[in-house]
Write a protein that binds this ligand. Structure first.
Ligand SMILES: [Zn+2]
Length: 404
């Protein structure tokens, strides 16, 4: 699935209609959650049927395209089923009980309710919300794809305007020659990552500067009187700054991940839990965590596209263990060099990256079904944890999977 995004241009009245459509989508989603809360054993189908009931009861709900209403019900169901999943997997801590949404920013249409212009430079929404024709501006070209390949159209509100997203059904499955390289990545606060060959990749500029910029904008808001016009303006500025940083973050993640996956057959990294990471209040670190998380998502994506193995390993003791003899060498956070009795002396992060790589290799070897169902294992390997087995076996399996 590819997602193309265009900025939408139209009149103030049209954007008011977009707001109205988004509010209706939120209403449908929240009503479905309510139905589920009030009635035991409410299933996905019940939510779908409920959409029709809502449309009959509320005029504004019937104005929204019927498939868009269903898409909202699907959103409700996905949050419910995620909650069920978390309960079943017995994830420690909060299970993510479905919440009512207050600040929904998007509405999703499926294959009806919109019409793309012949030149594909504008889109007309044909339901009774009255959005009408919006001009599209962006760098992507929709001409390469059939209209039937467009499975979803989303209207998304951001700090700097409304965007139209097209979800296009294309299977990306490119072939790349195996490189014979494997790599382990250790994330740090100082550097973006250190790999198992001892190379470090510095934090990009926006990460270093972003923190100061956000802090300044945040301060500007707190100086203004609550509820005032100027405070509203300052908030808009902060929103735009956040947007800019998140765009830079994505850009950086995509480029770097593509590069790493292209030049390696197996990529191992720590299985850091996002839940734990988001908790901290240090701004620099939270920006870094978000960047790292996005980088990981793209690593796994490109891993699937190019049939490479991505493994998330248990991060416990990776920085303490000696990568050559396995002995635990105690260190404080400020100890930058790893010095072991066995004579192994190297940078702390490089040592950790080597441990991550060897755990990654042993994990994949442990997956017994790997040879039988390589494509499946490739898809799932990102979530596996460390086991123990032979490195050679793994490497031959990787080569086999490349031929598939
Ligand atoms: Zn050692």
């Amino acid at each position: 699935m590819l997602v193309f995004e265009f900025k939408a241009y139209g009149k103030v009245k049209q954007f008011a209609a977009v707001d109205d459509a988004i509010r209706t989508a939120q209403f449908v989603r929240n009503s479905c959650i309510r139905l589920w809360m009030d009635n035991q054993n409410t299933g996905k189908n019940d939510l779908q049927k409920y959409c029709a009931v809502l449309a009959k009861t509320f005029a504004f709900a019937s104005e929204l395209n019927s498939m868009a209403r269903q898409a909202s019900a699907e959103r409700a169901w996905s949050s419910i089923s995620r909650f069920y999943d978390n309960c079943q997997k017995k994830i420690p801590g909060k299970k993510g009980f479905p919440q009512f949404q207050k600040d929904c920013r998007s509405v999703e249409y499926k294959t009806s309710g919109w019409r793309l212009a012949e030149d594909r430079k504008s889109i007309t929404f044909t339901d009774k919300k009255g959005i009408g024709k919006l001009k599209l501006k962006g760098t992507r070209n929709l001409h390469f794809y059939q209209i039937s390949q467009i499975k979803r159209v989303r209207l998304v509100k951001r700090a700097d305007g409304v965007y139209v997203q097209f979800c296009i059904n294309v299977n990306r499955n490119d072939n790349i020659q195996p490189s014979g390289n494997t790599i382990g990545l250790d994330v740090g606060l100082k550097d973006f990552y250190t790999d198992s060959d001892g190379n470090t990749y510095a934090n990009p500029r926006f990460l270093r500067i972003g923190e100061q910029v956000l802090k300044r904008s945040q301060k500007r808001i707190s100086r203004k009187i609550k509820g005032s016009k100027n405070r509203g303006k300052a908030r808009q500025i902060l929103g735009r700054r956040h947007l800019k940083i998140s765009r830079q973050r994505k850009d950086h993640a995509v480029k770097l991940a593509r590069c790493v996956v292209q030049s390696n057959d197996l990529i191992a990294y720590e299985d850091l839990r996002i839940k734990n990471m988001v908790k901290n209040h240090c701004l620099a670190k939270s920006i870094n965590d978000a960047s790292w998380y996005q980088f990981r998502v793209w690593l796994e994506y490109f891993g699937k596209v190019w049939k490479k193995v991505t493994v998330a390993v248990n991060p416990q003791y990776t920085s303490l263990e000696c990568s050559s003899c396995g002995e635990i060498v105690k260190k404080t956070l400020s100890t930058r060099t790893h010095v072991c009795q066995c004579g192994c002396v190297m940078d702390r992060d490089e040592n950790a990256a080597r441990n991550i790589l060897s755990r990654g290799l042993s994990t994949v070897g442990h997956t017994g079904t790997f040879a039988l169902d390589a494509s499946n294992a490739l898809g799932d390997s990102s979530s596996t944890r460390s086991g123990a087995s032979l490195t050679e076996q793994v490497m031959s399996l990787i080569k086999e999977s490349q031929c598939l």
